[in-house]
Design a protein around this ligand. Structure first.
Ligand SMILES: NC(=O)c1ccc[n+]([C@@H]2O[C@H](COP(=O)([O-])OP(=O)(O)OC[C@H]3O[C@@H](n4cnc5c(N)ncnc54)[C@H](O)[C@@H]3O)[C@@H](O)[C@H]2O)c1
Length: 396
């Protein structure tokens, strides 16, 4: 039996909650819901998609029923393109039809798409009802489910309509990762490396060591070894969640004026170039996390060229990104189109791109784009993109 771990999220607004992590945590969802929701809560509506619900829905519904809830469920389409207002409206109609009241709750079972949409619908239904996150992708477990950002996309871009709405609890069942497609896992590992790179050397090292063991094929055969790996995975996810929780606690609403090393903005490490890669390939080639894999390298190459980052630190980031898994190729992309896309990054402030750079592993620094010469960005981009040809890291 894997040990359950708990991470507490403590917010200035006192919307505090616990993250419970371990293999088999979904089996505790009823107890966790009872412990975190209003005593008056009678109904829960599970929002998921068919793929995830077929794998884990029965367990969640059973657990919630055993805890005395009346449970209904509603399945949205699978994929980012369903994360929109039309789907949210259908979810809201379902909550109404299920007669959810102010004291009742929504349970989001799935990846970041389900979590963002269900969280958004919960944030606006009856001006906000409680919701629980049960994330089933690595990205959602270490990042999207923690922090209270909920959103849907519009024709103009991603996450343009949303609300801050903290979950009442997060239930992370690590064994759900066993059914995750490899590319989703790679994308999640890139985000984990990102959090390590801006978080602390310790978190970076813990992530790196786990990946080294993973790639060495230290897997299931000996039962005690499988057990140890499961414990290490839970410990790593807990460390990643603690980091995210700490950042969120210090800057819950992403204060636009902050540029310090503890602001929520540092989580955008790797995102400036990642957004450009995604835009130039019309969101068809890369999973977001895969693009972040390259984006981190671009930011680190810039950092090194500005004399902020040691060559050895750059190399350890490169090596770690390689451990995350194979990335789609990027060395064939049009450099000028990428540079144009970087210049128009939506996270720019007052017309200037803000780069999250590194002074070392665990030491982020935010630097205005106007302080970096275009030739430095160009050379960094070229060096990072070339990784895909030197690594033979192509996937299709
Ligand atoms: N709210 C936040 O703070 C935040 C942070 C980061 C990302 N996000 C959002 O998260 C979304 C991306 O989330 P994602 O990467 O989890 O993608 P996703 O939700 O699309 O899941 C990826 C795929 O894996 C499938 N899947 C999920 N769990 C599975 C499992 N255990 N076994 C098998 N298949 C499974 C899904 O059905 C889907 O096809 C984006 O919309 C992004 O904007 C939000």
């Amino acid at each position: 039996m894997t040990q359950m771990r708990r991470v507490s999220v403590r917010l200035p607004t006192r919307e505090n909650y616990e993250i419970e992590i371990g293999a088999g945590a979904l089996g505790h969802v009823g107890r966790i819901a009872r412990g975190s929701l209003s005593p008056a809560a009678r109904r829960t509506a599970v929002v998921s998609n068919a793929r995830v619900f077929n794998l884990y829905g029965a367990r969640v519904v059973r657990g919630l029923r055993a805890a005395g809830f009346n449970v209904s469920h509603w399945l949205m389409g699978d994929g980012e393109r369903h994360k929109n207002l039309r789907t949210a409206e259908r979810a809201l109609a379902f909550f109404s039809a299920s007669k959810l009241e102010r004291t009742d709750a929504v349970v989001a079972l799935g990846g970041g798409v389900v979590g963002d949409l269900a969280g958004f619908a919960a944030a606006v239904y009856l001006r906000g009802i409680a919701f629980l996150q049960a994330p089933t992708t690595l990205l959602a477990q270490i990042d999207a489910s923690v922090g209270g950002k909920t959103a849907v996309n519009t024709a103009d871009g991603k996450n343009l309509i949303g609300a801050f709405h903290q979950p009442r609890a997060v239930v992370i069942s690590t064994e759900t990762l066993l059914t995750l497609p490899p590319r989703e896992l790679t994308a999640g590992w890139c985000e984990a490396i990102k959090q390590g790179a801006v978080g602390s050397r310790r978190l970076f090292e813990q992530t790196r060591r786990f990946l080294v063991a993973e790639r060495a094929g230290e897997t299931a055969r000996a039962p005690e070894r499988a057990q140890r790996r499961a414990d290490e995975l839970a410990a790593l996810i807990a460390a990643q969640c603690s980091f995210k929780a700490k950042i969120v606690a210090g800057d819950e609403r992403e204060d636009a004026g902050r540029t310090d090393a503890h602001s929520r903005r540092i989580l955008n490490f790797g995102h400036t170039a990642a957004h450009a890669l995604e835009a130039v390939t019309r969101y068809r080639r890369f999973r977001h996390g895969e693009a972040v894999g390259y984006g981190m390298l671009v930011a680190a190459e810039i950092s090194q060229r500005l004399g902020m980052l040691d060559a050895s630190e750059l190399e350890s980031l490169r090596a770690c990104v390689r451990l995350a898994g194979r990335l789609p190729r990027a060395d064939d992309l049009d450099e000028r189109a990428l540079l144009r896309a970087i210049a128009s990054d939506k996270k720019s402030v007052g017309g200037h791109v803000r780069w999250v750079l590194l002074e070392g592993i665990g030491r982020p620094r935010i630097v205005g784009g106007q302080e970096i010469q275009p030739r430095v960005v160009r050379a960094a981009l070229r060096a990072a993109m070339a990784q895909s040809s030197t690594d033979k890291s192509e996937v299709n």
